[in-house]
Write a protein that binds this ligand. Structure first.
Ligand code: GLN
Length: 508
């Protein structure tokens, strides 16, 4: 008898856990189910590398663990990794020709941790080259299509991750966020993602873009699923010099606190129907100004009204340097990128030109051939702002304003528990629409960059659709190490609404 698994891609990680525990399905069958979905939907270009033998071997190992009874909440559940996390068994390209055939001698800490938790790797996901971009059109291996409308971008740089989860090709994925790359593609594909506080998830084995900003995190269908994944990803790592010591806050799993975080407010008016009683939501006026599409403003406003129904109150706040976050980020991130990417010299890693006259010519040609246009633009900008004579005028100024942006957030958090607003000013645009105008593309990042520059946690939660049928995301920003409360608030919102359960027609 063949068993019917037809709707497994609509199930939450908790439901998949139950199906595995009650032997309704094996880890092997589950891996096979998602592999087939990934293999039959290649036109999205979400996956870069699939190797079914490797995946099925991991699934068999997970089944053996399940049989032995030694399991975690995630044992046997499939996940796919953004191709910026190095893997020993799958190639790691970071979306670049430079690393087209690169195989890492080790697994990234995040990959290792999720594997230790028993998760089964489905393969590697497409992304913008070295995570530079907002549309996934900068991948050397072709753009990713948005599953809601294949003529549109999925967002970036974790576009492959967002598209794979939205289309049900993977129940969960990893992503990274330097200036919005977990939150913005999640918003544009209608899924949930969280960028944790800088330093909580190890950067070891994450191909570096801008080291003071890069942070890995989970992407899935709901806050509940993200909490389970984050629990397995967080933790001190001696191999990452900016890793935060494991705080008491993280000792009780976040996933176990989803329903209790607000009951703990001990407010008399907290109740089942008003679980967020007394929670103050800061709404930054600067996030609702010129450039924001009116339908996004409306969807975010409706989401805020829903939070009020749950007991929260709105507070007006100001993040006065919001517009400065764009020039500041686009000085600091390229500066760090120009330094990080100097390792791609044709000697130590990746592509080497076939013919050259001498060492300098070899390095020049290898980089010219191996790196794409946007990456080169960033290296040039970065080298310029760090150069003698311009360092003080650009890089140092940007660092000073970065500090002021962080202080603005701390001022705001004196008045509120969370800050909420839009993730991006527009819904997913048509492929090619902004490709020839890098500045127009950079402006799309206005609402996500502040959190990144301050190292704060931020998440994206589906909250509606535009007239074009494209998803809209609500951004929830919290103070340092407040992931549990942010996920708990998002979970309450998702218990009361069903935006996160919608999936694209073509992938039912
Ligand atoms: N869109 C931003 C950039 O192009 C952010 C990318 C990211 O977060 N990795 O740099």
């Amino acid at each position: 008898m063949t068993r019917d698994f037809s709707s497994l891609h609509h199930q939450s990680l908790t439901q998949l856990r139950a199906a595995l525990d009650t032997k309704k399905i094996s880890a092997l069958e589950l891996a096979e189910y998602f592999l087939v979905r990934a293999e039959t939907n290649t036109d999205l270009n979400a996956f870069l590398h699939i190797d079914r033998d490797l995946t099925l071997a991991e699934a068999r190992a997970a089944d053996a663990q399940i049989a032995s009874g030694n399991i975690t909440a995630l044992t046997g559940i499939p996940i796919a990794h953004k191709d910026i996390f190095v893997t020993q068994q799958w190639r790691t390209t970071a979306g670049s020709r430079m690393l087209e055939n690169y195989v890492s001698p080790f697994d990234a800490t995040v990959v290792e941790k999720l594997k230790t938790a028993g998760m089964v790797c489905l393969g590697k996901l497409n992304c913008d080259e070295f995570a530079m971009g907002s549309s996934n059109e900068n991948s050397a291996f072709g753009a990713v299509k948005n599953p809601w409308d294949r003529s549109r971008i999925p967002g970036g740089s974790s576009g492959g991750s967002a598209a794979a989860v939205a289309a049900g090709l993977a129940p969960a994925a990893t992503g990274t966020d330097t200036g919005g790359s977990l939150r913005q593609p999640a918003a544009m594909c209608g899924i949930t993602a969280i960028k944790p506080t800088y330093g909580t998830v190890s950067r070891y084995g994450m191909v570096a873009f801008a080291s003071s900003l890069d942070q890995g995190g989970p992407m899935a269908k709901s806050a509940e699923d993200c909490a389970l994944l984050l629990d397995a990803m967080i933790g001190f790592d001696a191999k990452d010099s900016t890793s935060v010591a494991t705080l008491d806050k993280y000792k009780t799993p976040i996933s176990a606190r989803l329903l209790t975080a607000f009951a703990l407010t001990s407010r008399a008016d907290a109740s089942v129907s008003r679980p967020l009683a007394g929670v103050r939501i800061g709404v930054p006026q600067e996030f609702f100004g010129e450039g924001l599409s009116s339908e996004i403003a409306q969807a975010v406003d409706a989401a805020l009204a829903e939070f009020e129904k749950l007991g929260a109150v709105r507070v007006e706040i100001s993040l006065p340097r919001t517009s400065l976050s764009i020039p500041v980020y686009y000085v600091i991130a390229p500066a760090e990128a120009s330094s990080n990417l100097s390792r791609f010299d044709g000697v130590r890693y990746g592509h080497r030109a076939a013919e050259y006259k001498n060492l300098a010519d070899m390095i020049g040609k290898s980089r010219a051939e191996g790196l794409g246009a946007e990456v080169k633009r960033r290296i040039l900008v970065g080298a310029y702002v760090l150069s003698h004579g311009y360092y003080d005028a650009y890089y140092l100024q940007a660092q000073k304003v970065r500090r002021l942006i962080s202080q603005d957030f701390q001022e705001a958090f004196k008045k509120c528990d969370f800050i909420m607003g839009p993730v991006a000013p527009t819904t997913a645009w048509k492929m090619g629409e902004k490709s020839n105008d890098p500045v127009a593309m950079y402006l799309e990042d206005i609402y996500t960059l502040g959190v990144s520059l301050a190292g704060l946690p931020g998440m994206s939660v589906p909250c509606g659709f535009g007239h074009n049928g494209m998803p809209i995301g609500l951004q929830i920003m919290g103070n340092y190490f407040e992931e549990a409360r942010m996920l708990a608030a998002a979970h309450q919102y998702q218990l009361a609404t069903d935006w996160h359960t919608r999936s694209p027609e073509a992938f039912q």
